[in-house]
Design a protein around this ligand. Structure first.
Ligand code: DX5
Ligand code: ZN
Length: 223
């Protein structure tokens, strides 16, 4: 699967109504993926869901799940999210002691393998790993919470990551995550991102699915 033909919008449910998550994912049927922020209260100071919730969500929507693991031990725990039904699993490079082995394990079990970098983590040291990945997630906020302000300082890293992927002719997708909205998505697309997580921008909207479409056309409007 090459780079996405059209920008992929992957709304995060972190700011959705947790008392009605099944119904909430039903409000974004036109999303390309549902971004599920898994937090273990160790890697980040917040606690959300585990594999059981991911499995329940696969029954609430036909949209594939993009699990973003903000957990301390993805080397040991990531596969549980593949078994739970996530089509894409993102681990943080800062938390993995064996990222190549983990990426190959995820792919070997039929999931897309994705690696996330926090804002202060440079992309260059991982140039030789990129071919092992189906997606790179560049955090545009410090992980742990939705509704934070977009960090423009990450945009140069998005550009450099895009250059590396293009230089190696890789089909790896480039995802941005955190503070993405109608105000910030175009600069992310200009910098070279092709997959966009939006949490509060989608679930604070009157009609979340219309916001998904608006975000997609805003990203597409960038030549
Ligand atoms: C933060 C999560 C993001 C966040 C996005 O740790 O990884 O996915 O929920 O939410 P917004 O779009 O509100 O910043
Ligand atoms: Zn996320």
């Amino acid at each position: 699967m090459g780079p996405p033909k059209t920008p992929q919008i992957t709304p995060s449910i972190l700011n959705a109504d947790f008392a009605a998550l099944g119904a909430e994912v039903g409000r974004i049927p036109s999303a390309d993926w549902v971004h599920v922020d898994v937090m273990d209260n160790h890697f980040v100071p917040n606690l959300t869901f585990g594999p059981t919730m991911v499995e329940a969500l696969t029954k609430a929507t036909d949209v594939p799940l993009d699990a973003h693991l903000m957990i301390e031990d993805p080397d040991r725990e990531a596969l549980a999210y593949v078994e739970a039904g996530a089509g894409s699993v993102t681990f943080h490079v800062e938390a993995s002691s064996a990222p190549v082995r983990l990426a190959r394990e995820l792919r070997g079990h039929g999931a897309r393998a994705s690696m996330a970098l926090k804002p202060a983590t440079p992309i260059e040291p991982y140039e030789d790993l990129l071919a092992e990945l189906d997606m790179v997630l560049l955090m545009t906020v410090e992980p742990g919470f939705g509704g934070q302000k977009f960090l423009d300082l990450v945009l140069p890293k998005v550009r450099r990551a895009r250059e590396l992927l293009d230089r190696h002719g890789l089909e790896t997708w480039l995802q941005v995550d955190g503070g993405v909205s109608l105000e910030t998505i175009e600069r992310c697309a200009e910098a070279g991102a092709d997959v966009f997580v939006a949490g509060s921008a989608v679930f604070s909207a009157e009609d979340p699915d219309r916001m998904v479409a608006a975000l997609r056309s805003a990203a597409q409007s960038v030549g």
